[in-house]
Design a protein around this ligand. Structure first.
Ligand code: ATP
Ligand code: MG
Length: 333
């Protein structure tokens, strides 16, 4: 191990992986300092799970190298597996066992004594707010409870690094917040986390640094604020009572916003990116009011993954890449 390597919990260099003609990863580099959270943000098919599977030794890269806690994922897979655990996109919970039995089983698989496995299960059930349901079969658990149980399972052996693959995709807002809370506690305990997500808001809440990936390539890195700055702040949206007022609204938004306002005559909606948030909103409403324009609805949206994507690639996160490579917008790297 090189000097200073111990401060870096996870390092990957030039990861490449193809499945047939699909290039899932096309040269991904990443580094997670010990105790930090890296948010790997990207739409469906971006390569998030592929990255996680390589780092957890479930998949071999075609090219590139990766190290977890200083161990080579290719050369020292057993050591790597002792250092990193995975809580997956599809929870690996045994439906027929109770919550307590699920965790006990994991402990036993890791070679713990019966007493230790039971104690560890109890401790984790309490921490993940599952104690009251610990003796019920997991098939009766809600989606949020299953995810928490799955994450608890990943922590049984106290790994140095935890990979969380889309821990909240498909959860309702309440369960998502619960999950964020337990992940936050995990980080406070010093665990290094690789978190994949499709939600900028989630990466924003939990990650120290964010990497945006698309088609197996890293297209941006930085803090949440840096990414949002690339997007150009928030989006101000107005819905007018009268379509005839839209041209005036367009002019006002062009003045208070940054960039070109978007107008939709069908929905009577006008929107623009703003750097100054509520200040721009107040100014826009004041000016429209001076002209007696009736505004039915007004909103200030924080940037979403879609907005970040649009700014970085010139296309929405769900659109195929080929169609818009011509319309690529320039952003500073
Ligand atoms: N085992 C496989 N066989 C064939 N193609 C695969 C396989 N695994 C992944 N791929 C393809 O590689 C690309 C990256 O997939 P990956 O699962 O890493 O994306 P992801 O970012 O995790 O997406 P999602 O948000 O949908 O989970 C996709 O085009 C996917 O279809
Ligand atoms: Mg995935």
């Amino acid at each position: 191990m090189a000097t200073g390597e111990s401060e870096i919990a996870v390092r990957a260099e030039g990861l490449v992986k193809s499945f047939g003609s699909t290039k899932a990863l096309d040269g991904v580099d990443l580094e997670i300092p010990r105790g930090q959270v890296l948010g790997l943000l990207g739409p469906n098919g971006a390569g998030k799970t592929t990255t996680v599977r390589i780092l957890t030794t479930l998949l071999r890269p075609d090219a590139g190298r990766a190290y977890v806690a200083g161990h080579d994922v290719l050369g020292q897979p057993a050591e790597v597996r002792r250092s990193i655990s995975l809580s997956g996109q599809y929870a690996a919970v045994d439906e027929h066992l109770t919550g307590a039995e699920n965790l006990y089983m994991v402990g036993r698989l890791y070679g713990m004594s019966r007493a230790d496995a039971r104690a560890r299960a109890r401790e984790l059930l309490a921490r993940f707010r599952l104690t009251d349901d610990s003796d019920r079969p997991a098939k009766g658990y809600s989606g949020g409870m299953r995810r928490r149980l799955d994450l608890a399972g990943a922590l049984v052996a106290k790994p140095a690094v935890v990979a969380l693959d889309e821990p909240t995709t498909g959860l309702d807002p309440r369960s998502r917040m619960d999950m964020w809370e337990v992940i936050g506690e995990l980080v406070e305990d010093g665990t290094t986390v690789l978190l994949t997500t499709q939600y900028l808001e989630e990466a924003d809440q939990l990650a120290d640094t964010i990497m945006v990936i698309d088609h197996g390539k890293v297209i941006a890195r930085g803090t949440a604020d840096q990414l949002k700055a690339q997007v150009g702040g928030e989006r101000l949206e107005l819905v007018l009572a009268e379509p005839t007022d839209l041209p005036l609204a367009q002019q006002v938004l062009a003045d208070v916003g940054s960039g070109e306002p978007q107008i939709d005559t069908h929905t009577r909606r006008a929107e623009v990116l703003v750097d100054t948030g509520t200040k721009a909103l107040i100014e826009a409403l004041r000016r429209l009011d001076q002209h007696s324009v009736v505004v039915n609805d007004v909103a200030l949206h924080r940037p979403t993954l879609d907005d970040v994507f649009l700014a970085l690639t010139g296309r929405a996160a769900e659109e195929p890449a080929q169609e818009s490579s011509k319309s690529k917008k320039k952003v500073k790297a």
